[in-house]
Design a protein around this ligand. Structure first.
Ligand SMILES: [Fe+2]
Length: 357
């Protein structure tokens, strides 16, 4: 016998019950039994949709913003990548924010700090820097830079060409919890601190200064240069079996604890060789991808809901929670991606399904 769907049940509501629902509504109550079926679903159902932003299309629009507003006036000149399933929500997925930030030569984006944590993944240009607590990090394409929660940060540009990076923040997650705070530094720049690259030198060589204890939350390294990360992938590829679902996928970590580089956002760099075809995979994390090199296809969903995106370096695409997907690689690809996996893992909620198991 077929079970009644939620809609069927709704149609059968008697006038007496409707009157009752109207009465209890006045007291700030509602019947769970009318909502249970869509609150608790057999598998995750999210509003965010798979989507693909071609960088060649959005780049021109982003550069046009420089004629309309300065980085100083905007505070951050960012075009948000808003998920079409979450209009007006300033989110790329239910839990994450993403945007493309542009800084022009000579500009400064003034110092502030906020409770949401941020990552930067550099898309194009050089000569710009992010300063975290006064330590400057000069950014090159493919570099991964972190701004942990409540750290002062400002951006500047000492080069000659536009610089664009992908911003990723946990704003939607922090917003749901309600713990959003922001503070603006009284001056444009936070006072200069350690020399550029100091945190990487101090903590990025498998050694730790004696007497310094890890803070257990965020990496003390602010920048993970692409040169080093790429070299690691290149060296490991010859001695590693490819994972049939991910190829060769490495996670950025806090070297002092082995935990994630950012306490609320998981971040990865992934190599998939030419001709690689991954097996079908799905997980409860929502993933945002930013290919650095190469090109390929991602097939998201199945049956009538299948969507195919042909992507190349500098594009952005999103795979929402629990959407089965697989990759077909045209030219050897190195792809940055980030997700809310670490939050789900800490809460005991993360799940994956490999193939049809
Ligand atoms: Fe910020």
């Amino acid at each position: 016998m077929m079970e009644n769907t939620h809609e069927d049940i709704k149609k059968d509501i008697s006038p007496d019950r409707l009157d009752y629902y109207a009465e209890i509504k006045k007291s700030g109550m509602a019947p769970l039994w009318e909502n249970l079926h869509h609150m608790l679903t057999p598998e995750p159902k999210v509003k965010s949709l798979p989507h693909h932003w071609e960088y060649s299309s959005v780049r021109k629009l982003l550069l046009n913003s420089a004629n309309l507003i300065s980085a100083a006036e905007a505070e951050r000149r960012v075009l948000m990548l808003e998920n079409p399933g979450l209009p007006g929500n300033c989110s790329i997925t239910e839990s994450l924010f993403a945007g493309l930030q542009l800084i022009m030569p000579g500009e400064v984006a003034p110092a502030h700090r906020h409770s949401p944590a941020a990552l930067r993944f550099i898309i194009e240009g050089s000569g710009a820097y992010t300063a975290v607590n006064g330590e400057k990090t000069y950014m090159e394409p493919g570099d991964f830079v972190i701004t942990p929660s409540w750290c002062w940060h400002d951006h500047g540009h000492e080069g000659k060409e536009p610089v664009v990076w992908l911003d990723g923040l946990d704003i939607p997650l922090v917003r749901v919890i309600g713990s959003i705070f922001v503070e603006h530094y009284p001056e444009e720049r936070f006072p200069e601190g350690p020399p550029p690259g100091d945190s990487l030198e101090r903590y990025g060589n498998n050694m730790r200064p004696v007497g310094v204890l890890p803070d257990d939350l965020n990496s003390p390294i602010f920048s993970y240069p692409y040169e080093r990360s790429r070299e690691t992938l290149e060296k490991l590829r010859n001695s590693s079996d490819l994972d049939p679902y991910h190829g060769l996928k490495l996670e950025y970590i806090d070297p002092t604890t082995g935990g994630p580089a950012i306490s609320t956002i998981s971040t990865f760099l992934q190599l998939m060789p030419k001709g690689f075809k991954s097996e079908k995979y799905q997980s409860t994390e929502s993933l945002i991808y930013s290919p650095v090199e190469g090109s390929g296809t991602v097939i998201i969903g199945q049956g009538d809901n299948e969507q195919v995106f042909n992507w190349k370096a500098q594009d952005i695409f999103v795979i929402p929670c629990w959407h089965p997907h697989r990759f077909e690689i045209k030219e050897e690809a190195i792809v940055f991606n980030f997700s809310d996996k670490i939050v789900q893992t800490k809460l005991g909620l993360w799940r994956e399904r490999r193939g049809n198991a």
